[in-house]
Design a protein around this ligand. Structure first.
Ligand code: ASP
Ligand code: MG
Length: 469
């Protein structure tokens, strides 16, 4: 039985988390009565927040903010070295791993310096910088596992996953990838070794670093499982599966125990953070079951996603909330705004590597509203400012959030949308923008950040999701 385990950034937040993950892996490496032969492949994300910091450093370097990118490099060094010191204190590898961290981050600083000289950040350059985080976490985790007598080996997915050159959001070339996995990983696993593979990153055929898009480590796990003919993929994060609402907001939110691939993909598209929307594609093709589990509560069964979920399951709507967003408004000062200008704005943002989560243009307004991550706000404003230098107005509202209500066909007669609108009206939530799926099974609202928790709790109650058994 071959299982691909993926551990996300929050599961690898600090030394204690690394120790916990090592314990989970060690536990799952022992043969049991049910599965006498067990083999595992591990995929890791960067430590939480590291990828965003790496990219922020590149943007700072391009703007010649030397102190800022050096500080980012120093912070990253001490954060990773803290884990090495805490967990590899008695290991003979302590100095090797410590200098690996220092050397890699020295390379990073050199890359930043050359970006400062060039004064330009391409998506290709951004991928080169973004790939450092996973390499550090994979090397550290593999050493921590070896310290615990698990024969682990860190491997960069740049040597395994071959992609096209669509930097920032590359697509794997599955035939070449499969061949490399069969040649390189299968013999290792057969020989009893445990590969610890970097998530998120890959390379073109010529070896130029690419990434699979933010949050792409889930996708890595799915690609590896397909290329290795794995039996299951287990995505470990910090919540008990896919739930009816964020458990940090609604502590008694319910876990959706079983979902079909299509249902899970739909929830992932609305921003269910525990699963990247693309991760479903490779597993559907090969019919590989996927589980979402909690590394902080490892005995919870979580959510099982497969072709035909168990008949007894209860299908409930889910509320998905995303915070840390900003609303960007771009428009003309007169009535000269055209659809071509909207297209130009979106094209520009795509080239700048900015994810646009939602956008809207009303009949009467001469402009476009865009919802982006707060971490991209400045970069987004700069990119639009360069493209629309005169005659345009550009503004931002930070501290906004999105709340999506994703229903299921046949959940109740009128569908989810009128219920969601009624609940928000009753609660008095200020709605900044709305986007609705053509299927009428789901709707997304952009609302002020400070109203998210109350609104989600209220919606959860109004939709009858409390205490359903
Ligand atoms: N580290 C990458 C990111 O933060 C990929 C991932 O965590 O899945 O986007
Ligand atoms: Mg994720």
């Amino acid at each position: 039985m071959l299982i691909v385990h993926k551990f996300g950034g929050t599961s690898l937040g600090d030394a204690e988390c690394f120790a916990n993950v090592a314990e989970i892996i060690a536990e799952h490496s022992h043969p049991t009565d049910e599965t006498p032969s067990r083999a595992n492949v591990v995929v890791v994300s960067a430590m939480s927040g590291v990828t965003s910091q790496l990219i922020a450093g590149a943007r700072a370097a391009t703007d010649c903010r030397h102190t800022l990118y050096r500080k980012i490099k120093d912070d990253l060094t001490s954060r990773h070295l803290d884990v090495v010191k805490a967990l590899l204190n008695r290991s003979p590898e302590r100095f090797d791993i410590g200098s690996l961290v220092e050397n890699r981050l020295y390379d990073l600083e050199r890359l930043y310096r050359s970006m400062a000289v060039l004064g330009e950040l391409t998506v290709r350059g951004c991928d080169a910088v973004a790939s450092f985080g996973e390499q550090l976490s994979a090397n550290i985790l593999a050493a921590v596992l070896r310290e615990r007598a698990v024969p682990a080996q860190a491997i960069s997915a740049a040597e395994l996953i071959v992609t096209d050159d669509n930097f920032g959001d590359a697509t794997p070339l599955m035939d070449q990838t499969r061949q490399r996995l069969q040649e390189r990983i299968v013999p290792l696993v057969k020989g009893g070794e445990l590969p610890v593979i970097t998530g998120y990153i890959a390379a073109t055929e010529r070896g130029v670093p690419t990434t699979l898009g933010r949050g792409g480590s889930d996708y890595t796990a799915a690609i590896l499982s397909a290329g290795l003919d794995a039996d299951e993929v287990w995505i470990w994060s910090d919540v008990d599966g896919i739930l009816t609402a964020d458990p940090n907001i609604v502590p008694h939110a319910r876990t959706l125990a079983g979902l079909s691939y299509t249902e899970a993909a739909n929830l992932a598209c609305f921003g269910a953070e525990v699963l990247h929307p693309k991760a479903i594609r490779p597993v559907i093709k090969n019919g590989i079951p996927l589980r979402i589990l909690n590394s902080f509560n490892p005995t919870h069964p979580g959510t099982l996603i497969n072709e035909t979920p168990g008949p007894g399951r209860q299908l409930l709507p889910a509320i998905i909330s995303t915070t840390g967003l900003a609303m960007i408004a771009i428009g003309s000062r007169d009535d000269t705004w055209t659809l071509q200008m909207a297209a130009r704005a979106l094209r520009q943002l795509s080239a700048a590597g900015v994810d646009v989560l939602m956008f809207s243009q009303s009949f009467s307004e001469h402009g476009l509203n865009l919802v982006v991550h707060e971490r991209d706000q400045l970069h987004c404003l700069n990119a639009l400012g360069r493209e629309f230098s005169d005659g345009c107005s550009l503004g931002a509202t930070d501290k906004v959030a999105t709340v999506s209500v994703v229903g299921v066909p046949g959940w109740n007669k009128t569908g989810i949308v009128p219920h969601a609108f009624a609940a928000l009206g009753k609660h008095g939530t200020r709605v900044i923008a709305v986007a609705q799926a053509a299927t009428e099974h789901s709707v997304s609202f952009c609302i002020p950040h400070h109203q998210v928790a109350d609104t989600v709790r209220f919606l959860h109650r109004e939709l009858g999701l409390e205490g359903v058994e």
